[in-house]
Ligand binder design. Structure first.
Ligand code: PLP
Ligand code: NAG
Ligand code: NAG
Length: 446
């Protein structure tokens, strides 16, 4: 062996590495300040803000405002979390045990508590299969980030929760929207879904129960979605934050398939009514060892970017998950009764087509635009509803589904009744019978 040659090669290699890391010093230093947001920041767009900020929202001064737009169950104070949930957090604080850094994926004991809570014979979970996150939002961020490279694409429901697109676009990932069918209680258009898949499709997102639709897929329909994923070898990101916030039982996707790898994202925000506590999780279901250790390690690495979930809430997690069944039942029966009131009221309003939800906290209402020539679209319609009646519903254009609006059904019952009455008055005032000679391409009947 020629030692000089080896040393020379090492030297050359170091020189090349150095030159790549530290290219020849730029000739001139910056002459003036020029601080611009990064491309990633610039490409981070919230479609709801983009639409709502462009609306002219001036309520009628004679009527107090009723916001049916905010997907936060705590805003009206009528749905407090359970006493056991509050007590668990107080105890965690008083123990002084949770003031430090937790591991980036969460304390083992807290991950175990989540695993125990969601484990079932069809889809068993261990503590190692759980990653605790700062809300379900971070769970979704980690899941998309670990599965997709820039230039890949993901399949997202339409209408759907806008965060998926916000995150994907900022990461240079293309979003392909598959249609949900209002006339089929918002089931996915499976043919459409399948037609969108190509070799760069790295993740299929399924939101069940749905925000914004409040729909819940049947076991059979979930099975069909899993079959699509299985045929094309596409992993699933199941946003299941509304699991169990349903009237009927709805199985988790993971309980229906052992072959399709699934990252199930969830959290405390909705079912435990504490979105501000920022606790979420990813449940890794990989019984066929498709994700293997690489995806798991990828998730661990990504979790180290922000060191995950609040440690005090982690300390309280076991107690929180043990809230009494009556707490969950009460929330569900409240949502059911309010949905029923809203649906019954709006079903008889000319020009509107409410779609009865089966879960979550939302109800979508179709607007037959052909009967409302005063308005161009759902944004125009909901803006005027604020101006005249001080009722704000989110136009479903914010979910890329025009000519619908979304109602949040967590408001107190008397406000729900009042708001529906005002919506009726508004529609009666603007409704026009269809003139037979004009056809409107926006018409829902067509
Ligand atoms: C509210 C919501 C989330 C976000 O949950 P956080 O825990 O508050 O981050 C995620 N997905 C859907 C479908 C939601 O409606
Ligand atoms: C931000 O992005 C838009 C296009 O989305 C572009 O027109 C604009 O120049 C960008 N701004 C910066 C500061 O990069
Ligand atoms: C909660 O609801 C379920 C399903 O309706 C019922 O079987 C159970 O008895 C209820 N439990 C309590 C404590 O209300």
């Amino acid at each position: 062996m020629d030692h000089y040659f080896i040393i020379y090669s090492i030297y050359l290699e170091l020189f090349i590495v150095y030159s790549v890391l530290y290219p020849a010093k730029a000739k001139s230093r910056r002459q003036r300040w020029e601080v611009k947001p990064s491309d990633m920041a610039n490409n981070t767009l919230n479609p709801i803000r983009a639409i709502v900020d462009g609306m002219k929202l001036t309520p009628n001064p004679d009527k107090p405002m009723i916001a049916l737009s905010i997907g936060d169950p705590t805003v009206f104070g009528n749905l407090p979390t359970d006493e056991t949930v509050r007590q668990a957090l107080k105890d965690a604080i008083d123990s002084e045990k949770y003031n430090g850094y937790a591991p980036s994926v969460g304390y083992l004991k807290s991950r175990q508590a989540v695993a125990n809570f969601y484990s079932c014979p069809e889809a068993p979970l261990e503590a190692e299969d759980v990653i605790l996150t700062s809300g379900c939002s971070q769970a979704i961020d980690l899941a998309i980030s670990v599965l997709c490279n820039p230039g890949d694409n993901i399949l997202v429901p339409c209408p759907g929760f806008s965060l998926y697109k916000t995150l994907a676009v900022s990461l240079g990932i293309e979003v392909k929207l598959y249609n949900l069918l209002p006339e089929k209680s918002w089931e996915a258009d499976l043919q459409h879904m399948e037609s969108l898949i190509d070799e760069r499709t790295s993740c299929l997102i399924v939101t069940n129960p749905s925000n914004p639709c409040g729909s819940v897929f049947s076991k059979e329909h979930l099975q069909k979605i899993l079959n699509v994923a299985s045929r094309h070898c596409v992993p699933i990101l199941a946003d299941e934050i509304y699991t169990d916030l349903v009237r009927c039982t709805s199985p988790s996707m993971a309980s229906l398939s052992s072959s399709v790898p699934i990252l199930s994202c969830g959290g405390l925000a909705k079912r435990w009514l504490v979105p501000g506590w920022r606790m979420g999780w990813i449940l890794i279901h990989d019984r066929n060892n498709i994700f293997g250790s690489e995806i798991r390690q990828g998730l661990v690495k990504l979790s180290q970017r922000i060191l995950g979930a609040c440690s005090v809430v982690q300390g309280a997690l076991e107690g929180i998950l043990n809230a009494p069944q009556s707490f969950y039942n009460n929330t569900i029966s409240f949502l059911k009764s309010n949905s029923q009131i809203c649906f019954n009221e709006l079903s008889t309003v000319p020009g509107l087509t409410p779609i009865m939800p089966s879960g979550a906290m939302y109800l979508m209402v179709g607007i037959d635009m052909g009967h409302f020539p005063d308005f161009k679209n759902d944004v125009d319609f909901t803006e005027a509803l604020v101006t005249e009646q001080s009722v704000f519903c989110l136009p479903a254009s914010a979910f890329e589904f025009p000519n619908y609006f979304r109602i949040v059904v967590t408001v107190p019952e008397h406000l729900m009744v009042e708001a529906c009455g005002r919506i009726r008055e508004f529609c009666q005032r603007h409704y026009r019978p269809r003139s037979s000679d004009s056809s409107d391409s926006n018409d829902l009947d067509q």
